[in-house]
Ligand binder design. Structure first.
Ligand code: NAD
Ligand code: UFG
Length: 337
């Protein structure tokens, strides 16, 4: 199949490109490089020995997207194109709503105009909200989000579901990611956050490489075994392989399917720090600080549906995630620059 990856130069998109190419699919990428670099895709080509059709452009630009879709005629779209920083979304809500909702509408309209009927969407565990106790199951009603980023995901899910009601030939797979970390085992592609990282693992690796002085663990007094929050960390290459399965599933399917991509195994913030230190033999300075507003104590997936429907299960361990994150960071201290 030929797959269009909107936002495909980013962290998850570039790893998914590798997995799709290795599974024998063709890959087209559209990205405005708002949070990425074309170098990621050059490295995808180097790793796989295969060519990617790479377009610079905005997924909210209808003419650009339509021209590209008419020319490339993809069988399926994977929609990664979005802004994702939770704190920034609180400061700049309109930018988040404009970009994230508009990319979704523009992609869906261009698909309708060119007869493309398959879409896989990057959603998030955040849509379960505070109302649902872990493990999060796809049949649970969505909850309320604590920030505009989360609301854009919830709204985009709704838009995609409504589009599938109106067009019975449409196939929509909503993938709810838990916490992707790690990097391709080659160390050639990985997560490349701009500025101070918001997420745990890039912060840990930047402390380890000497770019930041110490990690602040947000809260040590939660009702969890070691007092720090529990999350479902998933290796980005497992996540990428989940996308290959989702695309192949969508090819013979219509309607909407919601699927969690997680491991089902929660780990604490201190588990991450300790495993990272042990596996890599490097010290990570940290201190326990106050809680971060909006954090839930425990979030992890019921991962059984992905196994049943996609025949997919995460294979890589927390040690693999910590080793590969560090391998990427130490070999690319300044990311793709
Ligand atoms: P990322 O920022 O690395 O990738 C997103 C890509 O989209 C970037 O390359 C960015 O330049 C591009 N982009 C943004 N707006 C665009 C636009 N208007 N037109 C074209 N390109 C645009 O982020 P990621 O971690 O790879 O996440 C991919 C998707 O998965 C996002 O939608 C994100 O919200 C979602 N997600 C990520 C996580 C996570 O923890 N990384 C968790 C849940 C969901
Ligand atoms: N954490 C720290 N210190 C840091 C950064 C994070 O202690 O410097 C802790 C957080 O408090 C949390 C855990 O590490 O307990 C993971 O935090 P992340 O920011 O890496 O991830 P979140 O679980 O907060 O958020 C992630 C994605 C969001 C998504 C959300 C859904 O980044 O996109 O999962 O649960 F919406």
């Amino acid at each position: 199949m030929k797959i269009l990856l909107a936002g495909g130069a980013g962290y998850i998109g570039s790893h998914t490109a590798v997995a799709l190419l290795e599974a024998g699919h063709q890959v087209v990428v559209l990205d405005n490089y708002d949070n990425s670099s074309p170098e990621a895709i050059h490295r995808v080509e180097e790793l796989t020995g295969k060519k990617v059709s790479l377009y610079e452009g905005d997924a909210t630009d209808h003419k650009r997207v339509l021209d590209l879709m008419q020319r490339e005629q993809p069988d399926c779209v994977i929609h990664f194109a979005g802004l994702k920083a939770v704190g920034e979304s609180i400061e700049q809500p309109l930018r988040y709503y404009r970009n994230n909702i508009d990319t979704t509408l523009t992609l869906l309209e261009s698909m309708a105009e060119t007869g493309c009927k398959k879409i896989v969407f990057s959603s998030s565990a955040t849509v379960y909200g505070a109302e649902n106790a872990a493990p999060c199951h796809e049949l649970m009603p969505k909850g309320s989000c604590t920030n505009p980023y989360g609301w854009t995901k919830s709204m985009m899910e709704q838009i995609l579901q409504d589009a599938a009601v109106a067009d019975k030939d449409l196939s929509v797979v909503l993938l709810r990611y838990f916490n992707p970390i790690g990097a391709h085992e080659s160390g050639r592609i990985g997560e490349n956050p701009r500025g101070i990282p918001n997420n745990l693992m890039p912060y840990v690796t930047q402390v380890a490489v000497g770019k930041r002085e110490k990690l602040t663990v947000f809260g040590g007094d939660y009702d969890t075994p070691d007092g720090t929050c529990l999350r479902d960390y998933i290796h980005v290459m497992d996540l990428a392989e989940g996308h290959v399965k989702a695309v192949e599933f969508g090819a013979n399917h219509t309607g909407v399917d919601i699927i969690n991509l997680g491991t089902g195994q929660p780990y604490s913030v201190l588990d991450i720090v300790h495993t990272f230190q042990e596996v890599n033999g490097i010290k990570v300075n940290y201190e326990i600080g106050p809680r971060r507003s909006g954090d839930l104590p425990v979030v992890y997936a019921d991962a059984s549906k992905a196994q049943k429907v996609l025949g997919w299960q995460a294979k890589r361990t927390l040690a693999d995630m910590c080793r590969d994150s560090w391998n990427w960071q130490k070999n690319n201290p300044d990311g793709y620059e």
